[in-house]
Design a protein around this ligand. Sequence first.
Ligand code: SAM
Length: 376
Amino acid sequence: MLGHPWVFDSDVLTGSDTPAEPAVVRVQGLNGALLGYGLYNPASKIRVRMVTRHDQPLTAALFIERTGAAINLRHEVAAGYEAFRVINSEADGLPGLTVDKYGPYLVWQHHAAALTPFLPAISDALQAAYRPIGILARNDSPVRALEGLPREVAVMHGTVPELLSYVEGGLTLLAAPYTGQKTGAFLDQRKNHVLAGTLARGRALDMFSYHGGFALHLARRAEQVIAVDASTAALAHLNRAAAANGLSNLTTVESDAFSYLRAQADAGERFDIVVLDPPAFAKGRDHLPAALAAYKEINLRALKLLGVGGRLCTASCSQHVSEADFQAMLKEAASDARRVLRLVARRGQAPCHPELLNMPETRYLTFIAVEVIDVF
Ligand SMILES: C[S@@+](CC[C@H](N)C(=O)[O-])C[C@H]1O[C@@H](n2cnc3c(N)ncnc32)[C@H](O)[C@@H]1O
């Protein structure tokens, strides 16, 4: 296990003492030595999600303590932000639970059946700390079906409106907690949104905009911003947020990003900054070559839109694409586009989405900002 918190089905010897239903279990090695306690589910390939490696039976008090530690960490790493992730599953010692905070609202996603008896204690601890107006359980992820849990979206406490507005880097952004992606917005990019805004000028292009996490920040400094996404609903929210911020230099385009970029490159269009933040192209390890080819295609086309001094902010949220693979792809795209790129920043997800070094899958986001310093 070497510190990785999952025990897979193939690692478990089933016997008369293995529970038939999701339960808290004591885990021991073949030699009988105690490995710790975890959340067991006989229906899941992830048979046990370890909670502790000590002789410490799982109690509500332990989960309350973990919730308190997660909240304290955010006081440090999310200071000055209204919206951030409060609980990030295994990385906060609370496997199978993520909780995002949007101002006075919390949105949570739960997908470990054996954690269920402890949810009221965790919810009470969150309520005591944040006094939220409402908590939404956004429990519609397909992972719930793998755990034998029903898929549902329900208000757990108070009231939660259809759209939540929150301030990020001085701008009002919108989250759609019931229907939007993730818990309604992309809080993992919050620091990268702000950084891209500081790099903006002239003509800006934000590809895969969603609600405009990048586009709105670009619009504060750029003269003109074009935001492209395939989703009508996402762009409607972006336009609403632009109006709320009094930003009139932003135009939305509903289009497939691949064909839009191709058309712009073919037409010889030029931009001063381009942002690429596509959905995860590699859903599994087998998709890696196809995903890298797709990343290369959009990065190559985006680079062709930039002259000397132009900036590219490019991201991958594919857990299976390492930072090294992504950077190698970008280097190839730069050679093919005949651009020399200087690194401005190389980053990951915001620190309210902490990573466990023992669990590489908790690091999934790569964000690279570069400047074109020569075209040859
Ligand atoms: C990772 S999200 C973008 C998040 C956004 N940049 C932010 O920081 O808030 C990916 C977006 O890509 C859009 N999308 C997916 N496939 C697309 C395609 N082929 N063309 C255009 N948009 C696409 C989705 O609708 C979604 O809004």
